[in-house]
Design a protein around this ligand. Structure first.
Ligand code: ADP
Length: 279
């Protein structure tokens, strides 16, 4: 079914002739199936927090004369509603990055601004776990694309690094430039934005799958820490639509490094190279 799906239409052209219009609908069909699958997954994912909220609100009503229990249930309701709003936010982000074509409306983007804004998104969570965010590598580089999308992508990688790391560890965001040959992709030079953590790591056999929508290595851990299973699929989409890629290297129990590669568009005139700097 996936190999060929055609639709044919016969259009009369004159009294003697007909025109046979054959249209390949394979891609369209495949996209339809992906969309259906996504909607089914989203519905399933939404059911969990909504179900929990329903049960908790019943529990609150039943415990009306026990203020301590009401307090406890209300706290859990807050966690579930935050989860729900995060999930909805990520669904919107995924839909948005899929709809916008960053190449069409490409602008020059300063990598430093992307890194700063992405780090800012995780500062509160990192502080709460006393995780040190470190910015290392090159400055003043320029890429082409959508700044908003790049902030979301790098922000998701940093957010994950903080989420899947124990307290008192370090998360390093490093910026480097490599030759495309070395990075095994097209021509020219690539900017590599890598995010390294000292967290739980990912088992080797799961490395390929973490970029799939809603795939989670440890569902309970992801859920307990506010994960949605969509973050890396957003990163993958943004990387591809910017002519780049995202790769992962990880050792279970030791940590992970996610690397976002983007085609380099230039360096600022007064570019200078900075080795490392703690924030
Ligand atoms: P989630 O919202 O669950 O974090 P993602 O798509 O961002 O979803 O990531 C998918 C899965 O990949 C996560 O559930 C987690 O199991 C794994 N993962 C992602 N980043 C890391 C990391 N830095 N360290 C360990 N595991 C990670």
């Amino acid at each position: 079914r996936d190999v060929l799906s055609m639709s044919a239409r016969v259009a009369p052209v004159g009294s003697q002739m007909v025109l046979l219009l054959v249209e390949d609908r394979t891609k369209e069909r495949r996209l339809d199936a992906i969309r259906r699958d996504f909607v089914a997954n989203v519905s399933h994912e939404l059911k969990t927090p909504i179900g929990a909220l329903t049960l908790l609100s019943e529990a609150v009503q039943d415990a009306a004369d026990d203020p301590e229990a009401v307090q406890r249930f209300a706290g859990r309701m807050q966690i579930e509603s935050e989860r729900l709003s995060r999930l909805v936010q990520q669904i919107i982000e995924l839909t948005r990055v899929q709809a916008d074509d960053p190449v069409e409306e490409a602008a020059t983007v300063e990598v430093d601004s992307v890194v700063d804004a992405a780090l800012d998104r995780s500062r509160v969570d990192a502080n709460a776990k006393q995780i040190k965010l470190i910015r290392a590598g090159l400055r003043d580089l320029i890429v082409l694309g959508s700044e908003a999308q790049l902030v979301i992508a790098l922000g998701n990688l940093i957010e994950n690094a903080v989420r899947y790391s124990p307290d008192h560890t370090r998360v390093v965001v490093d910026v480097q430039v490599v030759d495309a040959d070395q990075a095994d992709a097209g021509a020219g030079e690539l900017v590599e934005l890598s995010v390294s953590d000292q967290g739980v790591g990912i088992p080797e056999e799961e490395l390929d799958r973490v970029f799939e929508r809603f795939y989670r290595v440890d569902r309970a851990r992801s859920r307990a820490t506010g994960g949605t299973g969509l973050g890396l699929s957003i990163v993958k989409h943004v990387a591809a639509s910017h002519g780049g890629a995202v790769t992962v290297w990880s050792v279970e129990g030791k940590g992970s490094t996610f690397t976002l590669q983007l085609p380099l568009r230039g360096e600022a005139a007064d570019a200078h190279r900075v080795v490392a700097g703690a924030l």
